[in-house]
Design a protein around this ligand. Sequence first.
Ligand SMILES: [Zn+2]
Ligand SMILES: [Zn+2]
Length: 194
Amino acid sequence: MRRIRLEKIHNTPTLWEKGGGGARAGTAVIIADSNGAPKQPMNTRSMGVRHALFRIEPGDHVIKANHRNLHFNIKVYRVERVITGTNHNLYAEVSLVSEYRMGKWNPPLPTYLEAAADAAVKKATCSHCSAAHYADTAPRTDVCIWEEDEDGTWWTTCGGSFVFVNGGSPTEDRFAYCPYCGRPLEEYCYEEVE
Ligand SMILES: [Zn+2]
Ligand SMILES: [Zn+2]
């Protein structure tokens, strides 16, 4: 089974949508959910060729595309499980669903993955690509997201803000629900970005 290296962000396995290119060459990594649909990004703060960060779970799909002069090689993988390597890195163990080579999909690409594969082609030919091509950016209503800023203030999607006196976090202080809106709480700690 093949492995894709994941990035561990506060114990969450994640992967970036990244890439870009032109007519002569380009690459793209696209992430889709188990139904081939775009996922809700953890953030969409672009950093160079990295454009949106996604939490990776079993069942997700990772599409890797590259081309030379528009001759594409595209691999569509399904995440079977997330494992910790002996070096403590996180990996997705993936199986190959379909591969596009020499102008053909082998085996044929399931229709529910066509949109994601198409996004990979577009991204790999997108010059100066600076934004996510395949992300569900509709605001979530099932949870209240708490995002920490660099000063340790937590900002909530329902419009609140909160500071833990001990510098803690919602999980450390056992906040399962947002006290402002009552929805289940999902937290994103501040990440130092170099
Ligand atoms: Zn683009
Ligand atoms: Zn809330």
